[in-house]
Design a protein around this ligand. Sequence first.
Ligand code: SF4
Length: 219
Amino acid sequence: MSNAVLENIGVVLQKMEGEALKRNAPVFRAELATKSTPFKILVFTMLSARTKDETTLKVVERLFQYVRTPEQLAKLKTSKLETLLYGVGFYRVKAKNLIETSKTIAKLGKVPDTLESLLQLPGVGRKTANIVLARAFGKNTLGVDVHVHRISNRLGLVKTKKPEETEMALIKIVPKQYLGKLNKSFVAFGQTICLPKTPRCTECPANSICPKKGVKTIS
Ligand code: SF4
């Protein structure tokens, strides 16, 4: 497949991240809130499912003022944790999963660093596990969320309907050394420029080479 974005993927990712950084994308503020601690990165990623980035950030900051370790979180009453998580999607289910996951991590003494072991934790699916492996442990894994799915299709890198298909399609074409970086760059870019409804194509460093597949209106 010939695709100008793919041929220049290293530069494209770097430029996208640079533009998103200038605009203070929530993903960078999330990094500060989690201070690159594997446990906090895991908690943030679990909470972010089906929740707006800004909301997740606010809730995570509130939570980490109250508890900092898996041991502390494991001891919280479910009702207290539900109050702390109020605002994120499915907060009741997430509270239950977080307590169970924290108990396991407290027993293990660390956040697991393999896909198989992360997938054993309650509430941790493939997307969350891959994001944690990349962000917390620097592995070349790819977590595909709505931003990655949308942008990959608009750029013409893939032609897929579901994020799971996007993950498999991207793994086949993106050089391995960029896989771990791709999630953060696309998420940051999707939060600030390649917005879901009306992308800001005139501000995009890939404007001249992006086929803008499926884009109806731009700003
Ligand atoms: S040109 Fe527009 S659609 Fe393409 S990546 Fe940039 S912002 Fe998104």
